[in-house]
Write a protein that binds this ligand. Structure first.
Ligand code: FPP
Length: 271
């Protein structure tokens, strides 16, 4: 820090960098990178977990629900403000019928079995995706659970079920046109305000389990500046220690959002 100050005061004559201003700026940027408000997770590897155990794939998804329960508790302990989890993509309809049906049933059963505890634990549930394409039973269960937990503040859990990043953009554009928006009024903020996540902060980090290095149509717009973290751990095995490692990795990074690390703050002497 002293060196930066010397450099600026000697090369720019009377203009000098105020060390306190730099210290403040550094600590602000450190603060910004340290506070992880929104964690998003691509929960991959359920099928491989099951296959390794000679179990049907659905057993892997059931173990995946247990991992999700565990991670919601760990994330709450870590004071993370909200979690978004990718549970069923718009492309997952292309899986064998039995697996799709199994995932639908599992989603519905999980809402029914876990809602009371989630509510007690202060979890605010949200659904991200095309709810209208799901069965009436699931739609009702989702709407009821969102309504019941809407005032909870301990942690937000956004379940991306029948979610696709491209579908979300298509839906947003349709609504923008239906609202008769003028082309000149189209800004990044306006588009964000038409997404399923309209009132949510962008994810600070996206974790993907099971070793794949793909975005898979997940939160495409929102993750423009998210930190990515991939782990070989299969989702059903993901636990507290894995989450800690991901958070440690996040805290070691410096987020610049396309800018440079520390904007030099210069103040003219005597002004
Ligand atoms: C990807 O693993 C996982 C899914 C497509 C489903 C994720 C679902 C859960 C974790 C459980 C359901 C969630 C709720 C909220 C009820 P994969 O099947 O693609 O695994 P593979 O790549 O090893 O085959």
């Amino acid at each position: 820090m002293a060196k930066i100050q010397d450099l600026f005061s000697s090369s720019q004559g009377k203009r000098k960098v105020q060390s306190q201003a730099i210290a403040d700026s550094l600590s602000t940027s450190k603060q910004a990178s340290r506070s992880l408000r929104h964690l998003a997770i691509i929960m991959d590897g359920n099928g491989r977990w099951a296959t390794k155990r000679h179990l049907p794939r659905l057993a892997g998804h059931k173990a995946g629900v247990n991992a999700l329960r565990r991670v919601v508790e760990c994330a709450t302990d870590e004071n993370i403000e909200m979690l978004s989890v990718y549970a069923f993509s718009t492309e997952n309809w292309g899986r064998p019928r039995a697996e799709v049906d199994g995932l639908m049933r599992l989603f519905w059963e999980t809402i029914r079995s876990d809602l009371e505890k989630l509510h007690r634990d202060g979890v605010r549930l949200r659904h991200l995706g095309r709810l209208q394409d799901l069965s009436p039973d699931i739609q009702k269960a989702v709407r009821d659970s969102v309504e019941l937990t809407r005032d909870n503040t301990r942690i937000g859990l956004n379940v991306c079920f029948n979610y696709g990043g491209r579908a979300e953009l298509v839906d947003a554009i349709r609504h923008i046109i239906a609202d008769g928006r003028n082309p000149d009024a189209i800004t990044e903020e306006l588009i964000s305000s038409y997404l399923y996540t309209r009132d949510l902060p962008d994810p600070d980090m996206v974790i993907r389990t099971a070793g794949e290095m793909r975005v898979s149509n997940f939160l495409l717009w929102q993750s423009a500046y998210s930190e990515y973290y991939a782990t070989p751990t299969l989702w059903p095995d993901f636990g507290r220690e894995d989450l800690r490692q991901a958070l440690d990795s996040y805290h070691r990074r410096q987020r610049r959002f396309g800018r440079i690390a520390v904007p030099p703050t210069t103040v003219a002497q005597g002004e």
